[in-house]
Design a binder for this molecule. Structure first.
Ligand code: NDP
Length: 293
């Protein structure tokens, strides 16, 4: 492999350490302990693990963690009532409802019920609109993590061609907005894009957020490009076991790119770190204090 590995471990550890230091300063100087409420409806195994990890990381950073585990049959009205209580609770500065919610609950209604000031997932239309308008916003955590990783290898992104494959509200669109704000020339590709390999080959920065194992091949990568692989795909690994792989054929792409994120151990580690940073930012803003940089 000739590319530099953009290793999520030290980068996410540094973000968490910075949050912990800033949280200690807030507690000391302002008596403020940022609080994050995470709501889980049902018992989806992957979601349960994510929620547990978020709670653990929150406490380790010196923030307050509130976990609300609701049964699968919880009604939309009951969930919205809990969100209303959390919106009004001054000890809660960030609210995250673990998605997906069960099918009988309208996820848009849930997203829009969260106060935009406490929307640490950055999914409320107020926050996506503010991001698109170039205003201060709470930005989704995974895209923030992508940008942070990119900047460890290339601090100045202005003028670069960026191709983002995927256009979800959670990843693709906000990644594209962040890159646009960094003055990249941004293309958003998706399932209807014609000749996707050729589009990808234009990219100085290639972000894959598709959810298809190793779909992006080595010969889709422009020599010297920086590749950020957001995909997390669980695939069979023989003997009844499974393993995680990304949306990029890592071994092939690592021969062509100048830098690349691994899966696992890449973007996935940044998401929780950026969630803590968003909670700190939300708490600071709600207290009328400047948002930490
Ligand atoms: P979505 O399923 O919401 O979006 C996938 C996007 O990929 C869509 O825009 C879709 O296009 C596009 N797409 C699908 N197939 C193709 C194709 N053949 N060619 C081109 N584009 C295609 O997924 P998410 O954005 O939520 O997640 C993407 C990946 O990132 C997943 O693997 C997910 O697990 C992972 N993820 C990782 C996180 C982390 O912490 N690292 C956090 C969140 C997600 P269209 O819109 O046209 O259908």
């Amino acid at each position: 492999m000739s590319a530099t590995l953009i290793d999520g471990k030290p980068i996410s550890a540094a973000v968490k350490a910075k949050v912990a230091a800033e949280a200690a300063r807030l507690a000391r100087d302002h008596g403020l302990v940022p609080g994050l409420a995470v709501v889980l409806v049902g018992e989806d195994p992957a979601s349960t693990v994510y929620v547990r990890n978020k709670g653990k990381a929150t406490i380790e950073a010196g923030l307050r963690s509130f976990e609300h585990k609701l049964p699968e049959h919880t009604s939309e009205a009951e969930l919205l009532a809990l969100i209303a209580r959390l919106n009004a609770d001054p000890t809660v500065h960030g609210i995250l409802v673990q998605l997906p919610v069960p099918a009988h609950i309208d996820s848009q209604a849930v997203i829009q019920a969260i106060s935009p000031d406490k929307d640490v997932d950055g999914l409320h239309p107020m926050n996506s609109g503010r991001l698109a308008s170039g205003l201060a916003a709470l930005v989704p955590c995974t895209p923030l993590g992508c940008l942070h990783m990119l900047k460890t290898v290339r601090p100045q992104l202005a003028g670069l061609e960026a191709v983002v494959v995927g256009r979800s509200n959670l990843v693709g669109k906000p990644v594209a907005q962040l890159l646009l704000a960094e003055n990249c020339t941004v293309t958003i590709a998706h399932s209807r894009t014609r000749d996707l390999p050729a589009v990808c080959r234009r990219a100085d920065i290639l972000v894959a957020a598709v959810g298809r194992p190793e779909m992006l091949r080595g010969d889709w990568v422009k020599p010297g490009a920086i590749v950020i692989d957001v995909g997390i795909n669980r695939v069979p690994a023989g003997e009844g076991k499974t393993r995680l792989i990304g949306d990029v054929a890592f071994a092939e792409a690592a021969e062509i790119a100048s830098a690349i994120t691994p899966v696992p151990g890449g973007v996935g580690l940044m998401t929780v770190a950026c969630l803590l940073a968003n909670t700190l930012k939300a708490a600071s803003m709600q207290a009328g204090l400047p948002a930490p940089q």
